[in-house]
Design a protein around this ligand. Structure first.
Ligand SMILES: C[S@@+](CC[C@H](N)C(=O)[O-])C[C@H]1O[C@@H](n2cnc3c(N)ncnc32)[C@H](O)[C@@H]1O
Length: 281
């Protein structure tokens, strides 16, 4: 195939190793063309003609690392994706709040462009029927470009197409004039969320507190089993007594049965050495 840039097998192998080491993403051989097209944009931006030159540049310029990572992440997401999780969570929030005064803490740990975190906030507002529900959401992602989008709270109207009209009217301001075609999330929804850059592969996690729900959906599929296990072992102590881990539709953690067990619908509870802890809540 005629390509715009020189892309050798060893370049692909170098990229494969770099992205795995930095963020855990394992690229199979089938991803060769995808890698080419995503990294080609960086070569264009830097006026380079060979992938090997780009990789040398990357090694010498730490500030290129983030663009390299941003180029290789896959950010597909949607509002209320896998909607059964939000139905379940609405009940879990209400049940927990009946017995405590502290806020219900949620972590959306690979939040992409923010639809997951905003869906969590909308769920909370609906569940408590007020704009200031006792719910706090931390939303993180390794890709700084998608986080900027998330923080802006602005979405093309097509992204809202599957939301019922009632939710659109209640939670978004539709753009007018030059901004028609997009909508902005209401500040009351936004104020429930803190967006932060965070790499799940980081050796030290500057995450404090306990979570009643950790959403880690559709990102573990990009990691090998050993990486998944290491991340799961770090989620485990961060969950409150009744806290649950919500995973993506094709993710199962049988290889980590000592840490998490499925309770159905890709929702997982942490295994405790003292099982009575769960009922003491
Ligand atoms: C397919 S999206 C999933 C978004 C959302 N959780 C959902 O299910 O709709 C995967 C996200 O994981 C992020 N990601 C990949 N590796 C990561 C890492 N090591 N740490 C944090 N986020 C990561 C990507 O940037 C991307 O936004």
């Amino acid at each position: 195939m005629d390509r715009e840039f020189v892309f050798r097998n060893e370049d692909f192998e170098r990229i494969r190793k770099l992205i795995r080491d930095r963020v855990g993403i394992s690229l199979t051989d089938k991803k060769r063309d995808l890698v080419y097209s995503r990294i080609a944009r960086r070569l264009r931006a830097l006026h380079l003609t060979e992938f090997s030159d780009y990789l040398d540049y990357l090694e010498q310029h730490e500030d290129e690392t983030q663009d390299f990572i941003n180029a290789l992440t896959t950010n597909l997401t949607a509002f209320f994706r896998e909607s059964h999780h939000f139905d379940y969570l609405a009940e879990a929030m209400q049940a927990q709040q009946a017995g405590t005064k502290r806020p219900f803490n949620i972590w959306s740990s690979a939040c992409s462009t923010g639809e997951e975190a905003y869906s969590l906030a909308m769920t909370a507002i609906e569940a408590f029927a007020c704009w200031d529900p006792p719910v706090r959401i931390l939303a993180t992602d390794v890709d700084t470009r998608v986080l900027e989008h998330a923080q802006s709270g602005i979405y093309d109207m097509e992204r809202l197409a599957k939301l019922p009209d009632e939710r659109v009217h209640r939670f978004f301001y539709k753009g007018r004039g030059a901004r028609s075609g997009s909508a902005r999330i209401r500040p009351e929804v936004q104020q429930l969320i803190r967006f932060r850059p965070f790499n799940l592969l980081m050796p030290k996690w500057p995450i404090k507190g306990r979570f009643d729900a950790i959403f880690c959906r559709n990102v573990m599929i990009y990691f090998d089993k050993a990486t998944q296990y290491s991340i799961l072992s770090r989620f485990h102590p961060l969950l409150s007594e009744q806290g649950l881990l919500y995973a993506g539709h094709s993710e199962s953690f049988q290889h980590a049965a000592d840490l998490f067990r499925s309770q159905g619908q890709t929702i997982f509870y942490p295994v405790r050495t003292n099982p009575s802890l769960r009922s003491n809540g």
